[in-house]
Write a protein that binds this ligand. Structure first.
Ligand code: FES
Length: 194
């Protein structure tokens, strides 16, 4: 078997199916399908990605800490999607709405308001959303189209949900597409996000 079907049941009654490759973690499979499940550390530390496995076989991994998932929670069927590797088709109840998990791909435009060196390794990119602020979860990723490159890069919001001003802390990568654009980015530049 090279892949499994994973049904994600959201708390608003919406179900979405994602294909999870053998050995792939559920969080990664969902992100590949442009579904942003709740997450923060993606390392088995924070517990933000906790969901309930309603059926299926899976490996919970051994890289998480007890604070993120206790033995009792594990016995009761709770899982960390950032660690969970399915071994069969699975049904997972997600304690968040499908809207918050951005199951419909949404596009929006933002205007750069600030590009500021954070330290030698990172840059703060701040933008104002044109129109309604996007719905997102803490730590959620968004794709930022790098102007003029035809490419996009994924970053998690460092600003709070519901605000029209959005912010990203972007690691500098020598010669990187985003890092190169940031060197000349100016307030007023328009950027597309999905
Ligand atoms: Fe932190 Fe999974 S995202 S434990």
């Amino acid at each position: 078997m090279s892949s499994y079907n994973i049904a994600l049941n959201f708390e608003d009654g919406v179900t979405r199916f994602v294909e999870c490759k053998a050995g792939e973690k559920v969080l990664d499979a969902a992100f590949r399908a442009r579904i942003n499940l709740p997450m923060d550390c993606s390392d088995g530390v924070c517990g933000t990605c906790k969901c309930r496995a309603e059926s299926g076989r899976y490996d919970l991994g051994d890289d998480y800490i007890e604070d993120a998932l206790t033995d009792d929670e594990k016995q009761s069927g709770l899982v960390l999607t950032c660690q969970m590797v399915p071994e069969s088709d699975c049904v997972i109840a997600v304690p968040a709405s499908s809207t918050a998990c951005k199951t419909e791909q949404s596009k929006f435009t933002a205007t750069v308001t600030k590009v500021e060196k954070h330290n030698d390794a990172a840059v703060v990119l701040e933008m104002n959303v044109d129109g309604t602020p996007p719905v997102f979860l803490a730590g959620q990723y968004v794709n930022i189209d790098v102007p003029g490159s035809g490419q996009h890069r994924s970053y998690s919001f460092s600003s709070l949900p519901g605000e029209s001003k959005i912010c990203f802390l972007i690691k500098k990568i020598s010669g990187g597409v985003m890092s190169t654009w940031l060197e000349s980015a100016q307030p007023g530049n328009k950027v597309q996000l999905t």
